[in-house]
Ligand binder design. Structure first.
Ligand SMILES: Nc1nc2c(ncn2[C@@H]2O[C@H](COP(=O)(O)OP(=O)(O)OP(=O)(O)O)[C@@H](O)[C@H]2O)c(=O)[nH]1
Ligand SMILES: [Mg+2]
Length: 459
């Protein structure tokens, strides 16, 4: 299928834009470029061109580039048109391109898929590219760039080569099964390699930290009794009115989410319904969701006011107790800002099981902003620690982890004492297949389809 059809797509943002880039890949890319601009520019050189349709009608005055395959992003012939990004200009170019036989709009991810099928990148690198496009924060960008650079792919390729080598030794040994010594001599070094390999993969699995989470963000849940100012706090953190605030207890019913970039880390903050007994079925459902989301959050801010007697949620994550409305202290009405000392992060981190003593770890006024700087700084520190181990980890997706776990398990099985050589060879073959899947070199249309369809069109 690759190589038959020529595909094109808008590879830049949604029109109107100052400049738009339309990319063409496939055997007819050169014909198209010549037909629409008069000639083929020298490869890899930007050239100003007048773009005309089949009736010699001028479409735009722009820039064209030509990349002769296989030295191109997709490995095929590629042409790029940089034009003015108006809707009508784009429509005219798309009409002109579609008029050619064997030329059609690209499907999502189709450029990258062709690059993959032409061996320009392996599957982990393609995933890294997808992550890079979707990276919102600095830490996500760094992780994606590492993966795009082939860090995991290179390791997996090396492991796979070693497995194949070990399997070859063992299979050679099978032929000498009658001559016990020869078989033993071939198998011993092979088993040694496998043992070392198993340990290395296990180490990578152990060191993976939070890198999978780095793609989606760490979740901080704001929970607490009704009316304590949870929605006011999320609005403060988001710096916009994401949640409705009112003096009525039970205002928030649904879980409200905002994505924030805190110190370069992706953090999703969620505001939840105030937790209390209620007869209202809608509120009951809100409370149920609030408890559920807090239970699976990575950090819970348990907000309260005054004595803070509310029941904390059951969370496996640390729960920080935050006392809000400190501006009301010393009697309602005197209202002026009061600067109260804020307990340091260390104290907050000690309170990890929800069984705190008398004092709140943080004292804030979500309304007036007191204490918020310290709270945000502490969340940033927490995020930095949370993601720290993931920064050097290789694995960024559940897909990677599952396949590496499979490979490690098969290697482990192949090392079982007294396993017949035939079965050792079979386990090794399966481990090699798992690593091949990781790289996308083995099978499977549906996996590939699933991964590439998530890409944007034009990528
Ligand atoms: N004085 C003072 N009032 C606050 C502060 N934070 C929130 N409030 C007020 O407290 C009331 C409740 O605030 P919300 O943010 O709606 O409280 P909530 O916890 O989201 O309430 P529910 O969604 O009902 O659970 C509003 O009238 C806020 O203006 C604060 O720091 N100081
Ligand atoms: Mg609320």
């Amino acid at each position: 299928m690759v190589g038959d059809e020529t595909i094109f797509a808008l590879s830049s943002g949604r029109p109107p834009t100052a400049i738009a880039m339309v990319r063409v890949s496939g055997p007819r890319a050169g014909d198209l470029l010549t037909a629409l601009t008069g000639s083929l520019p020298p490869p890899r050189t930007a050239r100003r061109v007048l773009i005309r349709d089949q009736n010699q009608e001028l479409i735009d005055d722009g820039v064209a580039l030509w990349f002769a395959g296989p030295a191109s992003a997709t490995g095929e012939d590629v042409a790029e048109f940089h034009i003015h990004g108006g809707r009508a200009v784009l429509a005219a170019l798309v009409r002109a391109l579609s008029a050619f036989d064997g030329v059609r709009p690209a499907e999502p991810g189709e450029f990258t898929r062709r690059a993959f099928e032409n061996g320009k990148l392996d599957l982990t690198e393609a995933e890294g590219l997808d992550d890079l496009i979707h990276a919102d924060t600095e830490a996500q960008r760094r992780q994606a760039v590492r993966q795009l650079g082939g860090l995991l792919g290179d390791r997996a390729r090396r492991w796979r080569a070693q497995i194949i080598e070990a399997a070859a030794l063992i299979e050679a040994g099978i032929d000498f099964a009658d001559e016990g010594d020869v078989q033993g001599e071939l198998m011993a070094p092979a088993l040694q390699t496998i043992a070392a390999l198993h340990d290395e993969i296990a180490e990578v699995l152990a060191a993976q930290g939070r890198s999978e989470r780095l793609r989606d963000g760490m979740v901080v849940a704001i929970a607490g009794p009704p009316n304590v100012g949870k929605s006011t706090l999320i609005n403060r953190l988001a710096r916009r009115e994401v949640a409705i605030v009112s003096p009525h207890a039970g205002t928030t019913r649904d879980v409200i989410e905002v994505q924030l970039d805190l110190g370069g880390y992706p953090v999703t903050v969620i505001d939840t319904a105030g937790i209390r007994e209620s007869n209202d079925p809608v509120e009951q459902e809100g409370v149920r969701r609030a408890r559920a989301r807090a239970a699976e959050a990575d950090l819970v801010l348990w907000l309260g006011e005054g004595e803070m007697t509310g029941d904390a949620v059951a969370a496996s994550a640390p729960v920080w107790r935050v006392r809000n409305k400190i501006d009301l202290r010393g009697g309602e009405g005197d209202g002026g800002p009061v600067d109260l000392p804020v307990e340091p992060l260390a104290a907050a981190l000690r309170q990890t099981d929800g069984a705190w003593g008398g004092n709140a770890a943080f004292e804030i006024s979500a309304l007036r902003g007191q204490g918020l700087g310290e709270l945000i700084a502490a969340i940033e520190d927490f995020a930095a620690q949370y993601f720290a181990s993931g920064e050097t980890a290789l694995i960024s997706r559940a897909r990677h982890r599952t396949l590496l776990q499979d490979a490690a398990a098969m290697l482990q099985r192949s090392l079982q004492h007294d396993l017949p050589a035939e079965l050792v060879a079979e386990e090794l073959r399966l481990a090699g297949v798992a690593l091949g899947r990781l790289l996308g070199r083995v099978d499977v249309e549906d996996v590939l389809g699933e991964i590439f369809s998530r890409f944007c069109i034009g990528k």
